[in-house]
Write a protein that binds this ligand. Structure first.
Ligand SMILES: [Zn+2]
Ligand SMILES: [Zn+2]
Length: 369
């Protein structure tokens, strides 16, 4: 059964050259061997489409065809396509056969256009546990961060301009030429739009994204008195934006580790201080540790376990002095009872015990009962 060339291209006899071009392009795209590898049916279709196009796009040959001078038969899929002694196999490689890049030029162009839209870089969220004293005093913490950085090869654009003469279709000439008989036809190269060079090429190192991963050390500024759970921002240290878009920020949520002696209560620093019986009873001046060296603390005579004494201004400093004064060091007295006494110490304590007011106080409990 004869297949009408117009039917094959899905057009009518009234089709214009532009209609034929469009149909040829659309169908070639569908049946191109490059996207149907090993598909014999598609290959045969592709050859038929090229042939139909070659006849219909040529005004003389189209007129002849319309007059019924040539006909084309549908060939079985697995046999060679025959057409009035015409060798179809050469048609696909013929001068009018569309190259793969030509057929998909507008698709590539669309993808390239999409891929040129800059997008903002993502923020990076990290968690960090830091020593108690560093958080209280303030510190600069070096942090290893793997970021997407602007690609050094393409400068973040994701594309690299191709050199002049790079168009493979016209070999850089900007025009395509072919001979028909003694006639030589010339037309502007569609692949490069006559420029002889192809549009910018996707950057290989970054696959067109414009960024590459790099691990770098970011210095995280920890303000004095940072509270556990605080989120520290480092602007511009997130991922670089794709194709030149703005860079995101780095956010670090900081957990403050416990300290064996110190505890924090806002800006106040709390310390449990071991004190001897004699110091608590007689009073004493002792050194206590603070964030910045020892401080002198006066323990008044008769201080009890659990009493809280205050060393003014020796707590946590405000990172920004305009936002309030430093906290205090709160010392909680913990009287330590001796439990490993030698004979002499035991005798001394026993002698003192006879004078201890607690004995008399206890006696009064019975008088009230
Ligand atoms: Zn790149
Ligand atoms: Zn070209």
């Amino acid at each position: 059964m004869a297949t009408d060339l117009y039917t094959l291209l899905g057009i009518t006899q009234a089709a214009s050259a532009a209609d034929i071009d469009r149909a040829h392009r659309r169908l070639s795209r569908r049946y191109h061997p490059g996207i149907n590898p090993g598909d014999q049916v598609a290959a045969a279709m592709y050859r038929q489409i090229q042939n139909a196009y070659q006849i219909l796009i040529d005004a003389d040959r189209r007129r002849q065809y319309d007059l019924g001078v040539v006909t084309v038969r549908t060939a079985p899929a697995d046999s060679a396509v025959a057409f009035e002694g015409f060798d179809f196999s050469s048609v696909a490689e013929g001068q009018l056969a569309a190259t793969f890049s030509e057929l998909f030029a507008d698709v590539f162009e669309h993808a390239a256009r999409e891929a040129t839209t800059p997008t903002s870089g993502a923020d990076i969220e990290l968690e960090l546990t830091m020593p108690f004293l560093d958080a209280a005093r303030g510190a600069e913490v070096p942090l290893s961060v793997t970021r997407q950085e602007r690609c050094p090869t393409c400068g973040g654009a994701g594309r690299i301009a191709r050199p002049a003469g790079s168009c493979p279709v016209c070999h850089g000439e900007g025009t395509r030429r072919w001979a028909r008989g003694h006639m030589v036809f010339t037309k502007t190269c569609e692949a490069c739009e006559g420029t002889g060079r192809l549009a910018a090429e996707r950057c290989r190192p970054c696959a067109g994204v414009g960024t590459t991963a790099r691990t770098e050390v970011v210095t995280l500024p920890i303000p004095a008195g940072l509270e556990s759970g605080a989120r520290v921002a480092v602007p511009g240290r997130g991922h670089a934006g794709a194709r030149g878009g703005p860079t995101g920020d780095l956010y670090v949520t900081v957990r403050v580790a416990d300290h064996p002696y110190f505890r924090r209560a806002g800006r106040d620093l709390e310390l449990r201080l071991p004190v001897g019986i004699h110091e608590a009873a007689l009073g004493a001046d002792v050194d206590v540790p603070t964030l910045d060296g020892p401080a002198r603390l006066r323990i008044p005579p008769g201080t009890a376990s659990g009493d809280r004494l205050c060393v003014k201004g020796r707590g946590v400093r405000a990172a920004d002095p305009s936002r309030g004064r430093a906290g205090d060091l709160i010392v909680e007295i913990a009287i330590v009872l001796p439990n490993d006494l030698d004979d002499e110490a035991r005798a001394l304590l026993a002698a003192f015990g006879k004078r201890h007011p607690a004995v008399a106080e206890r006696q009064r409990l019975f008088e009230g009962a």
